[in-house]
Design a protein around this ligand. Structure first.
Ligand SMILES: Nc1nc2c(ncn2[C@@H]2O[C@H](COP(=O)(O)OP(=O)(O)OP(=O)(O)O)[C@@H](O)[C@H]2O)c(=O)[nH]1
Ligand SMILES: [Mg+2]
Ligand SMILES: [Zn+2]
Length: 336
């Protein structure tokens, strides 16, 4: 049986598409050839776009998964009942916000926490900056993140090509995944950076049989030639469906604390070592909020995530069991 390495390039529910991974004489890797339909024996959502796999041919354009390679990272969201994989092995999260419709500050906060917990770089894109009226409010919500050191770029996918071009260096050689609510302009940004994206999207949906629900699939797109870094590695963009809820119930309390960048220098300084930063006396995090060093919304988000976290045990087990069954070891955090 023909076995080969492949990249998972699209997922829609339990349907996956993949392409063969090949290396040229300089060791530069690319995924090439027709889209292969990948079947999953177990009734499990186990693959994510960006996964590297060993496949075994079952027909000319179909294969089954033999193994999923150990992931550098896995971005997913979950609540107490289920989890949804977004992407694996990414270098950077692009959080897409818009001036209009107004974005959810909570979702922004959660995307930032997810990035930190996975040690994935994050870049905030404020799109639709051509709509000036709503710009001040959007800027105000993003301001605390700018102060914490997260890069923020103001763009207009539709009306400011220069703002799009300016970001090319930030994408070169990296695999970036869009995260954001519906209607923020993720696909518009994709189309601005990847001119053939619309055609490939069409091909993906025919092969995935998504019908009209193309936006519910996650899909991988290569950048054009400008997207190579100095070593020749070509960057990619993963378009994901918009979502309203970014559940992070799978993160432990300890993971959560460390995922709040501005808490880090204060951790361990509260009077109680297991301080929940609620109403305990001698809480330095609460002090920092009172002194305007930490935004109150951030402490509120931490408390919310902390209370969600308790209910997550069953789900975490589910995920690790699925991984064992697929002979992939647990996600290791990526090195920056
Ligand atoms: N004014 C303005 N409108 C934009 C801009 N970018 C995108 N839009 C519009 O915003 C709407 C949503 O854009 P999409 O790119 O489909 O948004 P999305 O984030 O991919 O949405 P989902 O796929 O549903 O998650 C479309 O009507 C776009 O034309 C922009 O820079 N300025
Ligand atoms: Mg879209
Ligand atoms: Zn405290």
């Amino acid at each position: 049986m023909d076995r080969y390495n492949a990249l998972l390039t699209a997922s829609y529910g339990r349907h996956y598409l993949a392409q063969r991974l090949v290396q040229d004489e300089h060791g530069i890797e690319s995924h090439v050839g027709q889209l292969i339909q990948v079947s999953t024996p177990a009734k499990q959502h186990i693959g994510a776009v960006g996964d590297r796999m060993i496949l075994e041919s079952t027909s000319a354009d179909q294969a089954r998964i033999i193994e999923i390679e150990t992931r550098r990272n896995l971005l997913y969201r979950s609540d107490a009942f289920k989890s949804k994989l977004i992407a694996a092995n990414v270098d950077q999260i692009l959080v897409v916000l818009a001036t209009q419709p107004a974005f959810s500050p909570d979702l922004l906060g959660r995307a930032v926490v997810a990035a930190e917990a996975n040690q994935i770089d994050l870049h905030i894109l404020l799109n639709k900056c051509d709509l000036k009226d709503a710009l001040p409010i959007a800027r105000k919500i993003i301001e605390p993140y700018k102060r914490m050191g997260y890069p923020v770029s103001e763009v207009s996918a539709k009306f400011d090509p220069a703002s799009i071009e300016l970001l090319r260096p930030a994408l070169q050689g990296k695999v970036s995944v869009f995260v954001g609510q519906s209607g923020m302009g993720k696909s518009s940004l994709l189309n601005a950076w990847v001119p053939n994206a619309a055609a490939l999207t069409q091909e993906y949906s025919v092969r995935l049989d998504t019908g009209k629900h193309t936006t519910t699939a996650c899909r991988y797109f290569d950048l054009p030639e400008w997207g190579r870094d100095k070593n020749g590695k070509l960057g990619g963009l993963i378009d994901s469906p918009g979502f309203q809820e970014f559940g992070l119930a799978h993160l432990s309390v300890s993971q959560l604390q460390h995922a709040f960048r501005e808490f880090k220098s204060l951790l361990g300084q509260c009077r109680f070592h297991n301080c929940a930063h609620q109403s305990e006396p001698g809480c330095v995090i609460r002090d920092a909020v009172e002194n305007n060093e930490i935004a109150p919304e951030r402490l509120a988000l931490f408390r919310q995530l902390r209370s969600d976290s308790k209910t997550a045990d069953i789900q975490i087990q589910g995920i690790s069991q699925a991984k064992e069954r697929w002979s992939t070891s647990p996600t290791k955090p990526s090195k920056r």
